[in-house]
Ligand binder design. Structure first.
Ligand code: SAM
Ligand code: SF4
Length: 324
């Protein structure tokens, strides 16, 4: 379907949990979030029903997110069932990778189409500082298994923080050696991200070119989102940037979000949206859910205003509650 600005909406990010086995400093507080009871989280059946309605309205691609989606039991069954929905062409997941080694086989059997793996550094000490947990080795094993298996396309996402020792250039070596796209995501001032400065794309590109040589802009399209890509000499994969601040991409925004509690969010920055869980649990028919979703999407904000403060509709959830 098309929103009020004429943008076609064909992509949804569905969060399946607020819980996580890491505590990335820009995403989640040290002591976690207020525990949300199981009852408040959408059941898989509810997610599948809503996904069917979104598919009817033109959504073609689903990204499963969290919190950490792989900590939710039976996630592979959700993948399998989402894949069966008529109209859905792609089901992918975003994960911190800690449980990927364990889950790879069942996710592959379920038909998962892609994995975005979030990894901000290869430096064990800085990894510990950023995530406040252990996990680098397991994550690297998950990457290794996925690459060796070679069946599910993998992208690595890194949020540069400007921390000494993060050494974001080193991550690009993965793209040099393997057919993996490493992407740098600008820190967004949402939730705890407000406490950090975003490192701009141009700065990262300069660092990368100093190590790997002159990059060439890649004209083709990769993936479903707002990333743009560069080719470096001799690299097996491409280097991407998702720069919501320095290269605003709202005009091409194709997505909506469903939180784990069933709230339809139409823009990352604003907390406006529709409480679909309430309607679902009050026994709403598909046709009325369809109507409210359509109405919600029609009101999708034109663009974010991350750099301006004080809008009363600004999102108060933290990123682990939204799903990124
Ligand atoms: N736990 C999974 C993971 O880390 O991939 C899925 C959820 S996490 C919220 C999704 C993505 O959001 C991660 O790549 C994370 O780095 C990113 N993220 C979290 N807070 C952010 C912020 N303030 N600005 C930019 N990206 C952020
Ligand atoms: Fe967990 Fe992902 Fe947030 Fe890190 S970014 S705390 S892994 S939800």
């Amino acid at each position: 379907m098309v929103d009020g600005q004429g943008r076609a909406i064909d992509y949804i990010r569905i969060s399946v949990t607020d819980r996580c086995n890491l505590r990335c400093v820009y995403c989640m507080p040290e002591d976690g979030t207020e525990p949300v009871s199981h009852e408040e989280i959408l059941r898989y059946q509810e997610i599948e029903r809503l996904a069917g309605i979104f598919a009817k309205l033109g959504v073609r691609k689903i990204k499963i997110t969290g919190g950490e989606p792989l900590v939710r039991k039976g996630i592979e069954n959700l993948v399998k069932n989402l894949k069966k929905i008529s109209g859905i062409e792609q089901v992918t997941i975003t994960t911190n990778g800690i449980l990927l080694g364990e889950k790879l086989k069942v996710l592959k059997e379920a038909g998962l189409d892609g994995i975005n793996l979030s990894l901000d550094t290869l430096n064990p000490e800085i990894y510990r500082q950023i995530t406040r947990r252990e996990g680098l080795e397991k994550t690297l094993d998950g990457i290794k298994n996925t690459l060796e298996d070679g069946q599910i396309p993998l992208k690595i996402n890194c949020v540069p923080m400007g921390v000494p020792g993060q050494n974001v250039e080193e991550l690009a070596k993965l793209s040099q050696r393997y057919p993996v796209h490493v992407r740098y995501i600008e820190m967004m001032p949402i939730g705890l991200g407000k406490n950090y400065q975003s490192v701009k794309e141009d700065q990262i590109l300069e660092k990368l070119e100093a190590v790997y040589g002159k990059a060439k802009g890649y004209e083709g399209k990769l993936g479903n989102g707002p990333g743009h890509y560069y080719e470096f000499p001799g690299f097996a994969g491409k280097i991407g940037f998702i720069s919501a601040i320095s290269h605003k991409f709202c005009e091409e925004c194709n997505r909506v979000r469903l939180t784990s509690q069933g709230f339809l969010k139409t823009c990352l920055q604003y907390e406006t949206g529709v409480d679909l869980r309430k309607l679902l649990r009050e026994g709403a028919e598909d046709s009325s859910l369809e109507q409210v979703i359509q109405k919600g999407i029609l009101c999708k904000p034109k663009c974010h205003h991350f750099l301006q403060d004080g809008d009363e509709k600004t999102e108060h959830r933290i990123m682990s509650q939204i799903g990124g």
